[in-house]
Write a protein that binds this ligand. Structure first.
Ligand SMILES: Cc1ncc(COP(=O)(O)O)c(C=O)c1O
Length: 343
């Protein structure tokens, strides 16, 4: 059914220029380090993050798992927000694959204070307790509404972690949304972390792929982990070619997704029985609650009218704007929502 698809920014289709670049990209075997297009993307991506090196991974989930793997040892602990993607949605990979326990810390809006960081670190001199080896921060924060960490808050949390001897991994799946919203370079955000994962396949509209960045030593170890996890890819330049277009052409346009999300949120907040916290709508995610209708029924009725979305709870819904959604779609979507809520 043709329609307006708000389920995720992962549904964004590659641009015509990406498709063209994928067809003509020079290729080699990336497991041998021979793929010129992938090597070029790694150079550009590491530069954008201000890190020494980078490696292409199939997904954000694998990038985060590798981030945990290179910073911990089996039997150790990792601190993460209780609503973080790493804790909530990554199938307990840290435990299953790395033997690492995650210590979840509940936060008000996805931003962890330095006191919370320090409070979650285990005392080193107690043999009953695991060693806290690392911490992960998520920016933008998905389950907290796509909020952006203020740069000084991220710096303060990261400094607190480093002072405790922890390694810092940043789940920057949507780091460019954060950078555009703050009006800073992504490297200013990435500078707060030792290792970073960011996704090409979300707002940047690539068909597949994420990138893991860090020091040359971390990336060498990451490539070993990637192979272990079955993520070593061969002529992956067909995907990297789209990634190069993404970094060159798709970052600035994220501001359009943010403006569309804002319009959407403001329109939703005016509808009867809708609660939407506009303060949390800072990037391309719009979370809202329904007072009078179960979320499942709302999603079903919208879907019948060509508006696709996902419920995130019994009464809550998430709409995501992305490449392929324009201002007109936002107005059409609002009309559909109004019709469904008034039916
Ligand atoms: C914040 C965050 N981190 C990581 C991921 C995982 O990315 P992938 O779906 O590519 O595994 C997602 C996916 O939605 C995400 O929202």
């Amino acid at each position: 059914m043709p329609g307006i698809d708000f389920r995720s920014d992962t549904v964004a289709m590659p641009s015509p220029e990406m498709r063209q670049a994928m067809v003509t990209a020079p290729l080699g075997d990336d497991v041998f380090g021979d793929d010129p297009t992938t090597n070029r993307l790694m150079e550009v991506a590491a530069g954008r993050m201000g890190k020494e090196a980078a490696t292409f991974v199939p997904s954000g989930t694998m990038g985060n798992l590798i981030g945990i793997a290179v910073s911990t040892q089996s039997g150790q602990e990792l601190i993460a927000d209780a609503d973080s993607h790493a804790f909530y949605y990554e199938t307990a990979g840290a435990a299953a694959v790395c033997g690492v326990q995650i210590r979840p810390v509940a936060t008000e809006a996805g931003v962890m204070s330095p006191e919370q960081v320090v409070g979650a670190v285990r005392p080193r001199d107690d043999p009953h307790q695991p060693i806290t080896a690392a911490i992960t921060f998520e920016n933008t924060h998905n389950r907290h509404g796509g909020i952006v960490w203020p740069l000084d808050a991220l710096r303060a949390a990261s400094d607190a972690a480093h002072e405790q001897g922890l390694r810092v991994h940043l789940d920057g799946a949507r780091i460019f949304n954060a950078a555009v919203a703050l009006g800073v370079d992504a490297s200013d955000i990435a500078d707060c972390a030792d290792t970073v994962t960011f996704c090409l396949s979300k707002g940047l509209a690539c068909p597949v792929g994420s990138i893991f960045c860090g020091s040359a030593e971390d990336v060498e170890e990451a490539r070993r982990w990637r192979k272990r996890l079955g993520g070593g890819m061969r002529q992956v330049g067909v995907l990297a070619a789209a990634g190069l277009i993404a970094l060159e052409k798709m970052v600035d346009r994220l501001a359009d997704d943010h403006a569309n999300a804002r319009t959407l949120a403001e329109g939703l907040a005016e509808l009867p029985g809708v609660r939407c916290d506009l303060n949390r709508v800072q990037t391309n995610l719009v979370y809202f609650d329904l007072e009078k209708m179960p979320a499942g029924a709302f999603v079903d009725e919208c879907t019948k009218r060509g508006l696709l979305s996902d419920s995130t709870g019994l009464r809550s819904i998430r709409f995501v704007t992305h490449y392929g959604i324009d201002a007109e779609d936002v107005q059409s979507a609002l009309k559909i929502c109004e019709e469904v809520l008034n039916a």
